[in-house]
Design a protein around this ligand. Structure first.
Ligand code: GLC
Length: 394
């Protein structure tokens, strides 16, 4: 398979221009809007064959950054370039929630391959405002860990991790979807205010993986600041603060947890989110060793790794959306984490098995961790992350 050609075909087929901005839809018809973390992944892939488009993708994603009001600085998880956002949100052009922050990470990777100081500088102020927004609006107890107000913010929409925080018990797909839609109304009724929402019995979670991703993004922002001759110390210190908070509060003897509610009830979930701590540099080398042993177990190292839910867990359902499938977004984060901690041969094996999965079953949105069967759209943009995993591994 010529991976570069195949991946370029998928991304170019999903590209669109709107109001003078270019972006890539996750998948036409099913996902027509622009999604935040998807676009960061797309930029990482574009840098291998179309760096101009990589920079354009990042420029379009910061376009909808909130400019007024309490949430100034927030970058929405969805941009509705053609309008229509009010079906769910308060604005016609964008959603009111965010998604995993990977823009600085992506910009730094794009710049390393195709240096463009002007375009990097153009992203710097929006990125600073974005990370300031997290600290100001999403960390009510000021412990360095940010809180999510909705499962959609995690990117793991329907994961069993969120059943308890959503007040659900073995929900059907429909019930879980209805609960997510209903929650949006509650968020609006309380002005998206984390302090007020945390006091209610609704979704308010400090997740392990999201905070690890934020730590990595703060590190990348520090690197970008240094490249631009700006103050990098501030971001470096902030990154270390988040890493320390994750290590001290979320890594426990019985596993990695997310914290729920104002009283910070730990939720130890047997999910692949724990391995994302490697990506964020949030664990010691000894803790990394423990995580890698767990990753190698049959629970997660399924025929096609990595299963996002432990395969022996009663909630494991490899054909059901986010309830035990393989996602390239998650595999990419884990693969980079393995490399960060020196597990190069395992990272290579993960890339090879992921390539086998995509080669046999296509560029689907997500896959059955046991059979490899693909689900969702057949040409999902972020599944092209395989190109980055193969190219970087060389
Ligand atoms: C689904 C995924 C989310 C992703 C979006 C677009 O909603 O759960 O993580 O960003 O699709 O691909």
């Amino acid at each position: 398979m010529n991976w570069q050609e195949a991946c370029a075909d998928v991304l170019r087929g999903n590209q669109i221009t709107s109001k003078g901005f270019r972006y890539t839809r996750p998948a036409p018809h099913v996902y027509e809007q622009q999604w935040l973390w998807d676009s960061c992944f797309h930029a990482v892939v574009y840098r291998w064959f179309d760096p101009e488009m990589a920079w354009d993708e990042l420029a379009s994603v910061v376009h909808a950054q909130v400019q007024t009001g309490a949430d100034t600085g927030m970058i929405p998880h969805m941009t509705y370039w053609q309008g229509g956002g009010t079906v769910l949100w308060r604005e016609d052009t964008h959603s009111d929630i965010t998604q995993p922050p990977l823009i600085a990470t992506a910009a730094h990777l794009v710049h390393a391959k195709a240096p463009d100081t002007e375009r990097l500088r153009g992203l710097y102020a929006p990125l600073c405002a974005y990370h300031d927004w997290f600290a100001r609006r999403r960390d009510p107890d000021q412990d360095g860990l940010v809180m999510l107000l909705h499962p959609w913010e995690s990117g793991w929409d329907a994961s069993p991790r969120w059943d308890v925080p959503m007040g659900l018990n073995k929900p059907t797909n429909e019930a879980s979807k209805a609960a997510r839609h209903a929650l949006v109304k509650t968020l609006h009724a309380h002005d998206m205010d984390a302090v007020r929402l945390q006091a209610l019995d609704v979704f308010a979670v400090e997740p392990s993986d999201f905070n690890a991703i934020r730590a990595a993004d703060l590190e990348a922002l520090a690197d970008i600041a240094a490249l631009l001759g700006e103050d990098s110390t501030r971001w470096r210190e902030e990154a270390q603060r988040v890493q320390q908070a994750v290590r001290e509060k979320l890594v426990r003897a019985d596993g990695v947890c997310d914290l729920m509610g104002a009283d910070e009830t730990p939720l130890v979930s047997p999910s692949a989110a724990q391995f994302v701590l490697l990506f964020g540099g949030c664990v010691t080398q000894a803790q990394a060793e423990q995580l890698v042993l767990r990753l190698q177990s049959a629970d997660f190292w399924t025929r096609y790794p990595v299963s996002t839910v432990a395969s022996t867990h009663p909630d494991f359902d490899p054909s059901s959306y986010w309830r035990g499938n393989v996602w390239l977004s998650v595999n990419w984060l884990i693969w980079r984490g393995l490399k960060r901690y020196g597990y190069d041969s395992m990272a290579q094996e993960l890339a090879a098995r992921t390539a086998e999965l995509v080669e046999r079953h296509g560029f689907h949105e997500y896959f059955n961790a046991v059979t490899g069967e693909g689900y969702g759209p057949a040409l999902q943009s972020w599944t092209t992350l395989i190109l980055d995993m193969l190219n970087e591994g060389q």
